[in-house]
Design a protein around this ligand. Structure first.
Ligand code: ZN
Length: 358
């Protein structure tokens, strides 16, 4: 089995950091994941709510340090909770990005295009509050990975998967439509056409090849193939059309899996292998397999195509990892501990662990 570089790794499960590091080591080894990019999620959607975790950025940078030189980390913007002055917040986003990029992060992860986050904050990714941030990222060629929308069927309760319904990922008329959300990305690109922007989960565009092509018509845009509702299986049903797209855009498609350090319970193996195995079977065989969202037949990509998708494009976008500021890790971890704002025992222990292991 050949090695892969995973562009899309998270660390949000309630597992103590010390244990997380060990779990990641094992999981990376078994899946032959040789390089990886840790994506921070300071705000994440949980059903109808948006939750905040002030430790995500500092933990991400610590993980990068622990797994250097093979690791990269993307920070997430921290948003204010109350109604605010857009001009001030816009300036704060810009300053956050400047700080993150100076202390060793390699880019910014935006979950801000997630339907429930857009709705809860009433804030599209094309809002002017992000303009100075985007301008800075564009000017410096720093990468952004963005989650926008979700699978199309989530807007129709009669078609949504049982899992999506159970987890509150079904959207009625109180949510922005998928068309609106995708439209917001294009509004951003119209203003910042050189933005180095990757849409996660293929932008959930498996049912709209025209939009996918339009997205890649900008000079520094790309897709990651991270599973999600399931874009690859849908494409495989119309593979003649999509193969052409993949061949034409071979430099713009990046391997990623939504990798996590899963809790080491009886389902651990099944959980961490699920997505990487699915993608491997999809790209490396032409046989039938089954996956959560149904059966599929692999599309067997050529060695050359796999090389680009599994490894080369990752390096093309990220280059060498940026140098980590230990001072930043010390300052932020100590500050968070002093603040008394962190209520979870696991997170408090994680911050202490960081300070003891620099
Ligand atoms: Zn993700």
């Amino acid at each position: 089995m050949e090695n892969v570089y995973d562009f899309h790794v998270h660390y949000t499960f309630d597992v103590p950091l010390k244990e997380k590091v060990e779990i990641f080591k094992e999981e990376f080894k078994v899946t032959k994941t040789e390089k990886y990019c840790f994506l921070s999620l300071p705000h994440h959607a949980h059903g109808d709510e948006v939750k905040f975790d002030a430790t995500q950025n500092v933990v991400g940078l610590f993980l990068k340090k622990t797994f250097s030189p093979n690791a990269y980390a993307f920070a997430g913007l921290e948003h204010p909770t109350a109604i605010y002055d857009k001009k001030k917040v816009g300036e704060d986003f810009l300053n956050q990005a400047k700080t993150y990029m100076a202390v060793g992060f390699d880019g910014i992860k935006m979950l801000e295009g997630y339907p429930s986050i857009v709705r809860n904050w009433n804030l599209g990714v094309d809002d002017c509050v992000y303009d100075r941030f985007y301008a800075y990222m564009e000017e410096n060629g720093f990468p952004i990975v963005m989650h926008i929308a979700n699978p199309t069927e989530n807007w129709d309760i009669s078609k949504a998967s049982a899992n999506a319904i159970k987890e509150g990922r079904v959207y009625d008329e109180t949510y922005p439509t998928k068309k609106e959300l995708i439209g917001q990305v294009f509004n951003v690109l119209k203003k910042f056409p050189k933005l180095k922007l990757t849409l996660a989960h293929f932008g959930f565009l498996s049912d709209d090849i025209k939009r996918a092509e339009e997205f890649l018509s900008y000079q520094s845009t790309s897709f990651d193939v991270t599973p999600g509702g399931e874009q690859l299986i849908k494409m495989s049903k119309n593979w003649d059309l999509w193969l052409n797209f993949w061949q034409k855009n071979l430099d713009r498609i990046i391997y990623g899996t939504d990798f996590y350090a899963f809790p080491k319970d009886e389902k651990w193996q099944e959980n961490f292998l699920r997505r990487p195995s699915f993608i491997r079977c999809f790209f490396e065989t032409n046989e039938m397999h089954s996956y959560v969202d149904g059966d599929f037949k692999g599309v067997l990509l050529s060695q050359k195509m796999r090389e680009k998708i599994y490894r080369e494009n990752f390096i093309k976008i990220l280059g060498e990892p940026k140098k980590i500021s230990i001072e930043f890790l010390i300052d932020v971890a100590s500050e968070l501990l002093r603040s008394n704002n962190i209520k979870s025992d696991i997170l408090i222990a994680d911050l202490k662990y960081i300070l003891e292991n620099l």
